[in-house]
Design a binder for this molecule. Sequence first.
Ligand SMILES: Cc1cc2nc3c(=O)[nH]c(=O)nc-3n(C[C@H](O)[C@H](O)[C@H](O)COP(=O)(O)OP(=O)(O)OC[C@H]3O[C@@H](n4cnc5c(N)ncnc54)[C@H](O)[C@@H]3O)c2cc1C
Length: 226
Amino acid sequence: MLVIGGGFGGLQAAKHLATASVDLTIVDRRNFHLFQPLTYQVATGALSPGEVAYPLRAIFRRHSNVRVQMAEVTEVDRQRRRTVRASQNSAPPGHKAPRRLAADPNGDVIWVALYTADRLARVDTKTNEVKEYPLPTPYSSPYATAVDKNGIVWINTMNHDVLTKFDPKTERFTEYTLPTRGTEIRHVQIDNSTNPPTVWAPYNRTNKVVRIQFRTTDNQQTRATR
Ligand SMILES: Cc1cc2nc3c(=O)[nH]c(=O)nc-3n(C[C@H](O)[C@H](O)[C@H](O)COP(=O)(O)OP(=O)(O)OC[C@H]3O[C@@H](n4cnc5c(N)ncnc54)[C@H](O)[C@@H]3O)c2cc1C
Protein backbone atom coordinates (compact mmCIF):
# COMPACT_ATOMS: atom_id res chain seq x y z
CA MET A 1 0.00 0.00 0.00
CA LEU A 2 1.11 3.51 -0.69
CA VAL A 3 0.45 6.65 1.32
CA ILE A 4 1.39 9.86 -0.45
CA GLY A 5 2.25 12.62 1.98
CA GLY A 6 3.29 12.31 5.59
CA GLY A 7 1.31 15.33 6.81
CA PHE A 8 -1.59 15.26 9.23
CA GLY A 9 -3.79 13.11 7.01
CA GLY A 10 -1.11 10.78 5.68
CA LEU A 11 0.45 10.23 9.09
CA GLN A 12 -2.83 9.22 10.69
CA ALA A 13 -3.65 6.87 7.83
CA ALA A 14 -0.18 5.34 7.92
CA LYS A 15 -0.26 4.87 11.70
CA HIS A 16 -3.46 2.85 11.44
CA LEU A 17 -2.30 0.87 8.40
CA ALA A 18 1.08 0.14 9.99
CA THR A 19 -0.51 -2.22 12.49
CA ALA A 20 -2.24 -4.22 9.74
CA SER A 21 -0.47 -7.01 7.87
CA VAL A 22 0.36 -4.90 4.81
CA ASP A 23 3.58 -3.62 3.30
CA LEU A 24 3.27 0.13 3.46
CA THR A 25 5.31 2.80 1.69
CA ILE A 26 4.99 6.44 2.65
CA VAL A 27 6.21 8.90 0.03
CA ASP A 28 6.78 12.51 0.98
CA ARG A 29 8.90 15.20 -0.65
CA ARG A 30 10.24 15.91 2.83
CA ASN A 31 11.64 13.28 5.15
CA PHE A 32 9.80 14.69 8.15
CA HIS A 33 6.30 15.34 9.42
CA LEU A 34 5.79 19.05 10.09
CA PHE A 35 3.51 19.95 12.99
CA GLN A 36 2.27 23.13 11.34
CA PRO A 37 0.30 24.57 14.30
CA LEU A 38 3.58 25.18 16.13
CA THR A 39 5.58 26.71 13.28
CA TYR A 40 4.92 30.22 14.62
CA GLN A 41 6.80 29.19 17.79
CA VAL A 42 9.83 28.49 15.60
CA ALA A 43 9.44 31.85 13.88
CA THR A 44 9.41 33.59 17.26
CA GLY A 45 12.34 31.56 18.57
CA ALA A 46 10.43 29.72 21.32
CA LEU A 47 11.03 26.32 19.73
CA SER A 48 13.77 24.94 17.52
CA PRO A 49 12.89 23.48 14.08
CA GLY A 50 13.61 19.98 15.36
CA GLU A 51 10.81 20.31 17.92
CA VAL A 52 8.11 20.72 15.27
CA ALA A 53 9.56 18.50 12.53
CA TYR A 54 9.69 14.80 13.29
CA PRO A 55 11.58 12.39 11.01
CA LEU A 56 8.96 10.08 9.47
CA ARG A 57 11.38 7.20 9.62
CA ALA A 58 11.76 7.63 13.38
CA ILE A 59 7.97 7.62 13.86
CA PHE A 60 7.75 4.23 12.13
CA ARG A 61 11.03 2.76 13.28
CA ARG A 62 9.32 -0.08 15.15
CA HIS A 63 7.25 -1.09 12.12
CA SER A 64 9.32 -3.30 9.85
CA ASN A 65 6.46 -3.31 7.30
CA VAL A 66 6.67 0.47 6.79
CA ARG A 67 9.12 2.11 4.42
CA VAL A 68 9.59 5.86 4.06
CA GLN A 69 10.72 7.21 0.71
CA MET A 70 11.60 10.87 0.19
CA ALA A 71 10.35 11.77 -3.29
CA GLU A 72 8.10 14.25 -5.04
CA VAL A 73 5.09 12.51 -6.55
CA THR A 74 4.52 13.92 -10.00
CA GLU A 75 1.90 11.61 -11.51
CA VAL A 76 -0.81 9.27 -10.27
CA ASP A 77 -2.65 6.87 -12.53
CA ARG A 78 -6.10 7.12 -11.01
CA GLN A 79 -7.70 4.64 -13.40
CA ARG A 80 -5.36 1.77 -12.74
CA ARG A 81 -4.81 3.01 -9.18
CA ARG A 82 -1.26 1.78 -9.14
CA THR A 83 1.16 3.76 -11.28
CA VAL A 84 2.84 6.58 -9.47
CA ARG A 85 5.70 8.56 -10.86
CA ALA A 86 8.08 10.17 -8.44
CA SER A 87 11.03 12.42 -9.03
CA GLN A 88 13.37 10.61 -6.69
CA ASN A 89 15.77 7.96 -8.00
CA SER A 90 14.74 4.45 -7.14
CA ALA A 91 15.82 0.91 -7.96
CA PRO A 92 14.06 -2.39 -8.61
CA PRO A 93 13.56 -4.53 -5.48
CA GLY A 94 16.77 -6.23 -4.42
CA HIS A 95 19.04 -3.85 -6.29
CA LYS A 96 21.59 -2.03 -4.17
CA ALA A 97 22.17 1.02 -6.35
CA PRO A 98 25.86 1.74 -5.61
CA ARG A 99 26.45 5.50 -5.71
CA ARG A 100 29.61 7.40 -4.92
CA LEU A 101 32.80 5.72 -3.88
CA ALA A 102 36.03 6.76 -2.19
CA ALA A 103 39.48 5.20 -2.02
CA ASP A 104 41.36 4.84 1.24
CA PRO A 105 44.60 6.87 0.73
CA ASN A 106 46.45 4.48 3.05
CA GLY A 107 45.42 1.14 1.60
CA ASP A 108 44.02 -0.96 -1.21
CA VAL A 109 40.43 -0.45 -0.20
CA ILE A 110 37.48 1.30 -1.83
CA TRP A 111 34.33 2.23 0.08
CA VAL A 112 31.00 2.40 -1.76
CA ALA A 113 27.65 3.78 -0.59
CA LEU A 114 24.89 1.27 -1.47
CA TYR A 115 22.06 3.74 -1.80
CA THR A 116 18.97 1.53 -1.80
CA ALA A 117 20.44 -1.26 0.33
CA ASP A 118 21.32 1.08 3.25
CA ARG A 119 24.77 -0.46 3.40
CA LEU A 120 28.40 0.49 3.11
CA ALA A 121 30.52 -1.82 0.95
CA ARG A 122 34.22 -2.42 1.44
CA VAL A 123 36.00 -3.56 -1.72
CA ASP A 124 39.50 -4.96 -1.43
CA THR A 125 41.11 -4.04 -4.75
CA LYS A 126 43.82 -6.70 -4.37
CA THR A 127 41.58 -9.70 -3.63
CA ASN A 128 38.27 -8.33 -5.05
CA GLU A 129 36.67 -9.37 -1.78
CA VAL A 130 33.53 -7.36 -0.96
CA LYS A 131 32.17 -6.98 2.55
CA GLU A 132 28.96 -5.10 3.36
CA TYR A 133 28.02 -3.30 6.57
CA PRO A 134 24.35 -2.36 7.24
CA LEU A 135 23.97 1.27 8.36
CA PRO A 136 22.37 1.81 11.80
CA THR A 137 19.17 3.39 10.39
CA PRO A 138 17.00 1.61 7.79
CA TYR A 139 16.09 3.63 4.68
CA SER A 140 18.66 6.29 5.43
CA SER A 141 19.91 6.10 1.79
CA PRO A 142 23.71 6.48 1.95
CA TYR A 143 24.81 8.48 -1.07
CA ALA A 144 28.51 9.31 -0.97
CA THR A 145 31.62 8.32 0.91
CA ALA A 146 34.86 10.08 1.83
CA VAL A 147 37.87 8.66 3.65
CA ASP A 148 39.95 10.89 5.90
CA LYS A 149 43.70 10.67 6.42
CA ASN A 150 43.16 8.35 9.40
CA GLY A 151 41.19 5.87 7.29
CA ILE A 152 37.85 6.81 8.87
CA VAL A 153 34.97 6.58 6.38
CA TRP A 154 32.36 9.38 6.27
CA ILE A 155 28.96 8.80 4.71
CA ASN A 156 26.20 11.26 3.96
CA THR A 157 22.70 9.82 4.16
CA MET A 158 20.32 11.47 1.74
CA ASN A 159 17.12 10.37 3.46
CA HIS A 160 18.26 10.91 7.04
CA ASP A 161 19.55 14.11 8.59
CA VAL A 162 22.79 12.68 9.91
CA LEU A 163 26.41 12.34 8.88
CA THR A 164 27.63 8.85 9.61
CA LYS A 165 31.14 7.82 10.60
CA PHE A 166 32.48 4.29 10.11
CA ASP A 167 35.62 3.14 11.86
CA PRO A 168 37.07 0.19 9.88
CA LYS A 169 39.13 -0.92 12.90
CA THR A 170 36.15 -1.41 15.21
CA GLU A 171 33.64 -1.86 12.34
CA ARG A 172 31.28 0.48 14.19
CA PHE A 173 29.11 3.33 12.94
CA THR A 174 28.49 6.63 14.74
CA GLU A 175 25.70 8.96 13.62
CA TYR A 176 26.01 12.75 14.00
CA THR A 177 22.58 14.37 13.95
CA LEU A 178 22.43 17.60 11.96
CA PRO A 179 20.62 20.69 13.30
CA THR A 180 18.47 21.03 10.16
CA ARG A 181 15.67 18.75 8.89
CA GLY A 182 15.17 17.79 5.24
CA THR A 183 18.83 18.30 4.33
CA GLU A 184 19.04 15.75 1.50
CA ILE A 185 22.82 15.71 1.46
CA ARG A 186 24.49 14.38 -1.68
CA HIS A 187 28.16 15.09 -1.06
CA VAL A 188 30.64 14.86 1.76
CA GLN A 189 34.18 16.25 1.79
CA ILE A 190 37.10 16.11 4.20
CA ASP A 191 39.59 18.83 5.08
CA ASN A 192 42.66 16.84 6.13
CA SER A 193 44.70 19.97 6.95
CA THR A 194 43.12 20.17 10.40
CA ASN A 195 43.73 17.76 13.23
CA PRO A 196 41.40 15.89 13.65
CA PRO A 197 40.12 16.26 10.06
CA THR A 198 37.10 18.50 9.46
CA VAL A 199 34.04 17.16 7.67
CA TRP A 200 32.01 19.37 5.29
CA ALA A 201 28.72 18.67 3.57
CA PRO A 202 26.34 20.88 1.55
CA TYR A 203 22.60 20.59 2.17
CA ASN A 204 20.87 20.09 -1.16
CA ARG A 205 17.53 21.46 -0.04
CA THR A 206 18.16 24.29 2.37
CA ASN A 207 21.06 26.36 1.02
CA LYS A 208 23.37 25.58 3.89
CA VAL A 209 26.72 23.92 4.41
CA VAL A 210 27.48 21.93 7.55
CA ARG A 211 30.88 21.63 9.14
CA ILE A 212 31.75 19.02 11.74
CA GLN A 213 34.81 20.12 13.63
CA PHE A 214 35.97 17.80 16.39
CA ARG A 215 37.79 18.98 19.45
CA THR A 216 41.33 17.77 19.96
CA THR A 217 42.36 16.11 23.21
CA ASP A 218 44.12 19.41 24.10
CA ASN A 219 40.87 21.38 23.46
CA GLN A 220 38.94 19.02 25.70
CA GLN A 221 41.47 19.24 28.51
CA THR A 222 41.49 23.04 28.29
CA ARG A 223 37.69 23.14 28.53
CA ALA A 224 37.68 20.69 31.43
CA THR A 225 40.07 22.86 33.44
CA ARG A 226 38.20 26.12 32.75
C1 LIG B 1 0.81 27.91 10.41
C2 LIG B 1 -0.30 26.91 10.47
C3 LIG B 1 -0.97 26.71 11.67
C4 LIG B 1 -2.03 25.81 11.74
N1 LIG B 1 -2.67 25.60 12.94
C5 LIG B 1 -3.66 24.69 13.04
C6 LIG B 1 -4.32 24.44 14.30
O1 LIG B 1 -3.99 25.05 15.29
N2 LIG B 1 -5.30 23.51 14.31
C7 LIG B 1 -5.68 22.83 13.20
O2 LIG B 1 -6.59 21.99 13.30
N3 LIG B 1 -5.07 23.04 12.00
C8 LIG B 1 -4.07 23.96 11.90
N4 LIG B 1 -3.47 24.16 10.69
C9 LIG B 1 -3.92 23.45 9.51
C10 LIG B 1 -3.39 22.03 9.47
O3 LIG B 1 -1.97 22.06 9.65
C11 LIG B 1 -3.75 21.44 8.10
O4 LIG B 1 -5.15 21.45 7.99
C12 LIG B 1 -3.25 20.00 7.99
O5 LIG B 1 -1.85 19.97 8.10
C13 LIG B 1 -3.69 19.43 6.64
O6 LIG B 1 -3.29 18.09 6.60
P1 LIG B 1 -2.91 17.38 5.24
O7 LIG B 1 -2.50 15.98 5.57
O8 LIG B 1 -4.05 17.55 4.29
O9 LIG B 1 -1.72 18.22 4.63
P2 LIG B 1 -0.28 18.49 5.26
O10 LIG B 1 -0.26 18.31 6.74
O11 LIG B 1 0.15 19.82 4.70
O12 LIG B 1 0.61 17.35 4.63
C14 LIG B 1 0.85 17.21 3.25
C15 LIG B 1 2.12 16.38 3.11
O13 LIG B 1 2.23 15.94 1.77
C16 LIG B 1 3.53 16.22 1.28
N5 LIG B 1 3.41 16.46 -0.15
C17 LIG B 1 2.66 17.38 -0.76
N6 LIG B 1 2.75 17.26 -2.09
C18 LIG B 1 3.57 16.21 -2.33
C19 LIG B 1 4.06 15.59 -3.52
N7 LIG B 1 3.71 15.99 -4.74
N8 LIG B 1 4.90 14.53 -3.40
C20 LIG B 1 5.27 14.09 -2.17
N9 LIG B 1 4.83 14.64 -1.02
C21 LIG B 1 3.99 15.70 -1.11
C22 LIG B 1 4.00 17.45 2.05
O14 LIG B 1 5.42 17.52 2.12
C23 LIG B 1 3.37 17.20 3.43
O15 LIG B 1 4.21 16.48 4.29
C24 LIG B 1 -2.41 25.09 10.58
C25 LIG B 1 -1.73 25.28 9.37
C26 LIG B 1 -0.67 26.17 9.32
C27 LIG B 1 0.09 26.36 8.01
